[in-house]
Structures are given as C-alpha cells and as structure tokens.
Ligand binder design. Structure first.
Ligand SMILES: Cc1ncc(C[n+]2csc(CCOP(=O)(O)OP(=O)(O)O)c2C)c(N)n1
Ligand SMILES: [Mg+2]
Length: 343
C-alpha cells in the first residue's frame, strides 16, 4: 500500500480518514520512542534485559488498529509495549522490564493478556478465549502475536488446530522477522512460506509486508471480519527482517549478515509511513515534531514514575508461591531481608 515515492505508487485504504492516518503515525512514533528509550535505559542500568522491537512497530500498530477495544490481545515479549495502544501507561511496561510487581496489570483492564515469554504457549490461551467468546455469543475476537520460531512449537500447532476445528474467532499473527535468536528461517522450517502452515488447519493463510502499516491493517481487518462472521481463524504471516539484536543480551554480529541489516534499516517502517503521509500533505514538519516530542515526554515521565515506585516487599518471592510453604521459607526470607538490608 505504501509506495516508494518513485516507481511504486501509494494506494488508499478504504475506511481510513486523514485523521485516522495521522493517529496511526502517532502510535508508531509512540512505540518507536518507547523502544529506543528502553535501549538507553537498559544501557544505563535502569531496566533489565530488554527485547528490542525496532522495525516491528508497523505490525503491532496496523494489527491493533483493526481491533475493537473488546477484542483481546495476547502479546509475546516482542510486543511488550502493545498495551500502550490500549491506553496502558508506559510506566507499567517499564516496571515489567524492571521486574517490579507494579509492572503486572489486570488483563481485563485493557483486554491485553500478560506478556508471554515461553515461546508459543499463549496461542492455546488465545484460542480458548476466542472460543469462549463464541460460546457466549459475544462478538469479540482474540489475536495472538508470535514469531517465526514459534511456528515450530507444539503449543502453536495445538492452538491453531483447536481454533480451526472449533472455528474460534482468532487471528494468528506471526511476525516473521526471519530469525529465532540465531536460528535462521531456513533452519526453522522446510515449508516454502509460514502462511502455508494454515492449510493444515483448514484456515486461510495470508502473507503481508510487515513493514507496511497499511497493508498489515487491511489484512488484519479482513481476518477480524472473518472471525466476527463466524468463519473462524486466519493465519497472517507478516514478513519483515530483524534489524536489531534479539534482545540486549544478544550479539548478532557473530551470525547475521550486517549488509542486509543495513539495507533493511534504511527502509524501516516508521520512516516509510512518514514518507507516505508527507506525499499526501498530511504531515507538516511542526506536526511531526510535536508528535515526536509528545512521545519523548511520555517516556521521560514514565521512567521517572517507574523509578519512584517503592521497592517491593521481598516476601512476594515466597508467599504467593505455595499454599503450604515449607518451614525453610521463613529462614530463607529472613536471610534475603538481611542481605538486602546490608546493601
Ligand atoms: C518454550 C521456549 N523455548 C525456548 C525459549 C528460548 N527462546 C527465547 S526467544 C527464542 C526465539 C524465538 O524466536 P521467534 O519465535 O522467531 O520470535 P522473535 O524473538 O524472533 O520475535 C527462544 C528459542 C523460550 N523462551 N521458550
Ligand atoms: Mg523471529
């Protein structure tokens, strides 16, 4: 949908007003700023290990914009900040990466499930929630975000099969960034495309340019319409390329082709949409700058708020773990309190 300002023309998306397009841009910038600041906060020792999602923003924004607020989102760690698109405060997500209890929200407050770190285990959860919506006669659907590597996990196949058989109103959204840490796509699957996997579950599989927010939006909108019409799940393969390390603990220079990374960085998704809006005369420089400054201020406020949280009670490590804790817990907790007091 987004052209290149030269040989490839831009196209329109039905149903999106000029104001909607600018709102998509605001959301892209919010996520981009969240991501770039988080990398800095990590390097400053203010948040822990962090999974960078630079150049994944178009998939997250385009897909969520196709949902209603009653629809449920099941994110993986790669979509950790997706709740921001539903009004979740940025300090909540920063607190999650700080390992602070205030980083865990009630999923029903935003219809955003907890961030899933085990690969693919949220796919059956999303299928079950979607099936539940259907059984209750509610119009809502669910969307699960996961990576190319997740399509090799049992949970993915169980969830996809379950949703296909039960015609659950589910969107399976695969961000194919072509890497699962250091495992490249060709070592992940013998299938020609990941979208081909949908055939085995009796659902449509579509491929879309994951760097084109408008294309992602349209594909997700169609999948959501199918889900609401009782036609069951859809598998979306959004094709992109991971241009950042897997996470802050990774050094991709030992396995990745740096020239390819540089080429992909040059066509990153926020800049592509910025060009589209500028060609349409919808993004004067002052508006662009004020959107960027608004996002930067959101992050400054959010890190200050996250860091102002009082230290959590160390007993939280013990008390919710077991209904009948062993006696050694008392001793262990006392020891932990003593060590923390000495710091
Ligand atoms: C069940 C499980 N096995 C292994 C891991 C370790 N692990 C963390 S990220 C990752 C790669 C996932 O790649 P992909 O699904 O493509 O998602 P991406 O990180 O590229 O978004 C692995 C194997 C894990 N978190 N959970
Ligand atoms: Mg991947």
């Amino acid at each position: 949908m987004i052209g290149d300002g030269a040989a490839t023309p831009d196209s329109n998306v039905d149903g999106l007003s000029d104001a909607d397009l600018v709102e998509l841009y605001r959301q892209l910038v919010l996520l981009r700023t969240y991501d770039e600041r988080s990398l800095v906060y990590h390097r400053q020792g203010r948040i822990g290990t962090y999974a960078i999602f630079w150049n994944h923003e178009a998939m997250q924004v385009g897909a969520v914009a196709a949902l209603d607020d009653d629809d449920w989102i099941f994110p993986s760690y790669r979509e950790s900040a997706i709740g921001l698109l539903r009004g979740m405060p940025a300090h909540t997500v920063l607190s999650w990466w700080r390992g602070h209890p205030s980083g865990w929200w009630n999923p029903a407050d935003y219809n955003v499930a907890s961030i899933c770190v085990p690969i693919g285990t949220h796919v059956p959860h999303a299928a079950g929630l979607a099936w539940g919506k259907k059984l209750r006669g509610e119009p809502a659907c669910a969307i699960a975000f996961f990576g190319d590597g997740a399509t090799s996990e049992g949970s993915f196949h169980e969830g996809a099969n379950f949703a296909g058989v039960l015609k659950a109103p589910l969107v399976l959204f695969c961000n194919n960034n072509q890497w699962a840490i250091s495992t490249p796509l060709e070592a992940q699957t013998a299938a020609e495309t990941l979208a081909d996997k949908a055939v085995g579950y009796g659902m449509p599989g579509v491929r879309v340019d994951g760097g084109d927010v408008l294309a992602v939006h349209e594909a997700t909108r169609e999948a959501v319409a199918r889900a609401r019409a009782g036609e069951g799940p859809t598998f979306i393969e959004a094709v992109t390329y991971r241009v950042a390390p897997h996470a802050t603990a990774d050094d991709p220079s030992v396995y990745i082709d740096q020239e390819r990374v540089e080429a992909e960085r040059r066509r990153e998704c926020v800049g592509r949409f910025e060009g589209y809006l500028q060609r349409r005369g919808l993004l004067p420089d002052e508006l662009r700058d004020s959107i960027r400054e608004g996002a930067a201020q959101t992050m400054r406020d959010a890190i200050a708020r996250a860091e102002a949280e009082p230290d959590p009670d160390p007993a939280l490590l013990f008390t919710p773990a077991l209904a009948a804790p062993p006696r050694s817990f008392d001793h262990d907790l006392a020891e932990l309190r003593r060590v923390l007091a000495d710091k």
